[in-house]
Structures are given as C-alpha cells and as structure tokens.
Design a binder for this molecule. Structure first.
Ligand code: FAD
Ligand code: EGU
Length: 465
C-alpha cells in the first residue's frame, strides 16, 4: 500500500458509478467520476415519462451502507404483491411474502440524482460531465477522454473503475489488455415504455402498491407505480411482432385482443401517440471474465454483467457488486493487486448466476406462462413456503429478499426441485398403486377374479404377438 491517498477514476456516473463513488469516498480515496452525458440534475425535466425500477434487498443494503437508504425509500412506492391481469379483465393479487417482504418502485432519474449529489458531498469526489472515455492504459493508469469541445484530455490514476454500462468502453479496453472471455446475446424480444396517467381526479387508476403483470406467453406487460400517480408500463414482445403492428388500427386490434383492460387506463389516443412515436429497444445479456486487469482496472455493474430484465435484479446486482468490492478492499487493506483478483474470482460465479436466472425466467415466461399458470405456480410455491417455512424458500424470495449469494440460490433451488420431484414421484406411485388396488377390488366385487383377469390379458397378448 502506498502512503498517499489512492486516486481512482470511476468511469460512468450512472446508478452503479455514482454509488461506487460514495463507497470509495468513504475509504478516503481521491475519486474522479467521468460521465459521458451532461449532468442529469441540470437537464430539463421530461414530463409524463418517468422510468422506474424495482429496488429490493441487495440494492437497499448497499444504499444503507452509504447512509442513503432512508432518503431513497422516502421517494419510493412499496409493492407488497404482484397483481395479475387476465385477458378477461380479472385481477388477482399474489403476495411477495410476509408484511416486511416488499420491493420498492423507485424513479431511476431521481435515484441517480440522489447518488450523484451524495457522492459530490464528499470533498474528495469530483464529477466531470461530458467526458467520454476513449482509451485506458492498465499499465500506467492513464485514461483518455473526449470532452464537450471534442478535445482529448488525459488523467493518470492508481485505479480505473469501469461502471460505464452494457456497452462499456473500459471493458473494450480491457479486452485489448488481457485474456478476457466475453459472451453476449441479444434476445428476440424488444421493450417499449407506455404510460397509464393519473385519473382526471389526480388519483392512481389501478391499485397502487403492486407490481402489475399481464402475462400472455410470448407477450408480456409490466407496470410499476410512480409518485406522480401514474404507472410506467413496459411492453415486452418479439421485434417482428412490433414490426407487424404498423398502423393505429393494428395497434388497437392487438390491444383489444391481448390487453383490453389497459386501453381505457392508458387512453386510446395517448396509447396510439406513444406507440407510433417510439421504437422498441433491445435487451442484451453479457457475461465476461475476469473483471479486472492487474492492479489497475476493474469493471462492475452492467459493464461486467448486463442481463435481461426478467428478474428485476440488474441494478440490485450492480449495487451488491459495490458491497463486495468494498469488503475485498477491507480484507486486503486497500492493496489493489490482491483485492481486484479476489473480487473478480469471488463475484464472477454470482454475477453469472443472476444472468442465467434472468435468462431462464425469460424463457420460462414466454414458453408457457399465461395468467392462470402464473397464478398457480406462484401459489404452489407460496403454499410450500407456508408449510415448510425453513426448508422451502421460493427462488424469487432468496433472490429479492435475502443476500444469499446468487449461485447458492440456484443450488438451493435445485435441491428443492429434487425434493419436489421425489414428493411428486412417491405421491404418484401411491396414487397409481391405490388406483390399481381399487380397480381389482371393483372387479372382484363384480365376480371377476384377479386370475381370470390375468388369463384375459395373456390371451390378449398372445392374440397380438
Ligand atoms: P448504466 O445505468 O447504463 O450507466 C452507465 C453510465 O455510464 C451511463 O450514465 C453512461 O452515460 C455512462 N457511460 C457509458 N459509456 C461511457 C464512456 N465511454 N465514458 C463515460 N461514461 C460512459 N434493474 C433492477 O434492479 N430492477 C429493475 O426493476 C430493473 N428493470 C429494468 C427494466 C428494463 C426494461 C431494463 C432494460 C433494465 C432494468 N434493470 C432493472 C437493469 C438496470 O437498468 C441496470 O442494471 C442498471 O441501470 C445498471 O447500472 P450501471 O450504472 O451499471 O449502467
Ligand atoms: C421486469 C421488467 C414477475 C421491472 C419476474 C416476477 C421486471 C421488473 C418476477 C421491469 C415477473 C417477472 C421479480 C421481482 C421483478 C415476480 C421476481 C421484473 C421488476 C421472479 C421495469 N421480478 N421485476 N420475479 O416475482 O423475482 O414478481 O421493467 F413478471 S421484481 Cl418477469 Cl421480486
């Protein structure tokens, strides 16, 4: 460890970068945050479009560690259950769990603003906006940026932290510098954000404390509440279906068929206007390894593990990354040469596991999940949880409401599946056995003996073969 304060460049002032700056500032490092975009706190408010995220235990724990949990929760809306919307307009709630098991709907932009301001409250943190990273040298620690005037500027630091999202420039530079395995996959689905505005009386148009879901196999819509009494809906469907819905008539026909109850809530005109002026956005899943180069560079958040959003864990996993790095820096007394490989090795299995879980859930949802099936599965899972609260914890409960390592969530689930299979198998054998006994008894009562039955089948057998 060097005597002087370590100097760190955090690349990306998004959710993970801004939080990471808070963590690193607490270690008394000198932290420079470089963000490509302009300062979102200065940008004009875009009305009627607030994009929100589900914050759960892992993300909350990280916020608590930098003293921001309360401030964030103040501006969040608790969701205690999902509300499943059927095609017939039916609505069925399914609780997440006990009273204290709920997730929070938070506004992405507001959260980012709170995190940036909290980072800058530290005298040892400076944020530079409109600075785009173009080059990293992981031997010297030199980083090159293009600023707002299009000019190249440089800095030299002890550690480069890449929190620059799914299309990370830092990761690209790492791939030139080290043997980095990399895998990426686009899914055939795109997403589009729609909105359910407040009612004319300025009230929520649906039950507020829920994650609303319209499961329709290949198509799916999700809605989370906003503080302004609107809901942000996210419509997920294959790009070719988006492309086949060309006119307003196509759109209304599609919505009347799949999401009829949402039409009056969104308003036909607003729905048409938003759909016609938007493009569906892609979703990508990215896995790579390792996450570090020597003692000079590390990537975290989406830069290290972009995932499809079907577990609501992308940000939560990125926030948990910050906790894990913090713990490694503690353990190795800020010695980057030891802490970075340890972080990489420890965290890789878990980040890969949550990428897999999210992708698996995407496949599951589109394969067979309509609203009835969704309801049944969740109810069975919850029923088993009620009967065996300590040995049967549903997968989503471990993922959303505990800090059980993601890879252990998968292992535990496999164990439960084996138990369930055994129970179903034994149950099946007992059921089939008792059925056979009943059949023989009934036949006996009707004067048919088991021996004559055997003769009968023997004759049949011989007649055919
Ligand atoms: P980003 O948020 O992408 O931030 C990266 C930052 O780096 C940006 O500000 C960018 O401008 C900057 N940057 C990029 N390149 C450069 C460069 N060269 N130089 C400087 N700066 C650069 N997660 C949840 O936990 N819960 C949810 O409910 C949820 N819902 C989601 C729904 C959808 C439809 C999608 C697509 C994702 C969802 N996620 C959710 C995932 C979540 O959005 C991401 O995991 C999270 O934003 C990752 O944060 P990040 O800071 O790593 O990356
Ligand atoms: C997707 C897009 C319900 C926000 C997964 C559940 C999501 C979110 C679920 C989006 C689903 C799916 C879980 C939470 C959450 C469920 C979860 C998904 C928030 C397994 C804004 N998912 N999401 N699972 O259990 O664990 O409620 O865009 F429809 S929160 Cl796909 Cl807990």
């Amino acid at each position: 460890m060097t005597e002087k304060k370590p100097h760190v460049a955090v690349i990306g002032g998004g959710l993970v970068g801004a939080l990471n700056a808070c963590f690193l500032a607490k270690r008394n490092f000198k932290v420079d945050v470089y963000e490509r975009r302009d300062d979102i706190r200065k940008a004009e408010h875009v009305k009627g479009r607030s994009i929100n995220l589900a914050l759960s235990t892992r993300g909350r724990t990280a916020l608590r560690m930098v003293g921001l949990e309360e401030e964030v929760l103040k501006n969040g809306i608790p969701m205690h259950a999902r509300m499943i919307h059927g095609v017939d307009g039916s609505r069925n709630p399914i609780l997440y769990g006990k009273e204290d098991q709920y997730i929070m709907s938070v506004d992405r932009r507001r959260l980012n603003e709170v995190l940036l301001s909290a980072a800058e409250d530290n005298p040892n943190v400076t944020c530079y906006f409109e600075h785009k990273v173009v080059r990293c040298d992981f031997t010297t620690g030199e980083v090159e940026f293009i600023n707002k005037e299009g000019k190249k500027v440089q800095n030299k630091v002890d550690l480069i932290v890449g929190n620059d999202g799914a299309f990370s420039a830092v990761r690209k530079e790492m791939m030139r510098a080290t043997l980095l395995d990399f895998q990426q996959e686009y899914i055939p689905h795109g997403y589009m954000e729609l909105t359910i505005p407040p009612s004319p009386k300025d009230e929520f148009q649906m039950e507020v404390n829920y994650l609303h879901i319209w499961p329709r196999n290949e198509y799916m819509m999700i809605a989370l509440p906003n503080l302004d009494k609107s809901f942000t809906c996210t419509l997920f469907m294959p790009f070719d279906i988006f492309a086949s819905i060309k006119t307003e008539e196509d759109l209304m026909r599609f919505f009347r068929d799949k999401f009829p109850d949402a039409i009056p809530l969104m308003g036909e005109e607003t729905l048409k206007q938003i759909y016609m002026s938007s493009k569906p956005l892609p979703m990508v899943s990215i896995k790579c390894s390792p996450y570090h180069v020597k003692d000079k560079g590390v990537i975290m958040g989406d830069a290290a593990h972009a995932m499809v959003p079907f577990y609501g864990q992308g940000m939560n996993a990125g926030f948990e990354d910050c906790i894990v790095l913090d713990e490694m820096l503690d353990k190795y007394n800020n010695d980057f040469a030891k802490a970075l490989p340890a972080y990489s090795e420890f965290r890789k299995v878990d980040d890969h596991a949550i990428c897999d879980l999210a992708m698996y859930n995407y496949v599951e949802m589109r394969k067979s999940v309509n609203s009835k099936l969704f309801l049944m599965r969740k109810k069975l899972d919850n029923l088993l949880f009620t009967i065996f609260p300590s040995s049967w914890v549903p997968l989503y409960t471990m993922v959303a409401f505990t800090r059980t390592r993601y890879h252990e969530c998968i292992e535990k689930r496999k164990h439960q599946d084996e138990i369930l299979n055994k129970v179903l198998y034994i149950g099946g054998v007992i059921l089939f056995g008792s059925l056979a006994v009943s059949v023989v008894q009934i036949l006996n009562q009707n004067g048919v003996s088991i021996h004559s039955l055997k003769d009968h089948f023997t004759q049949l057998w011989e007649a055919y073969f």
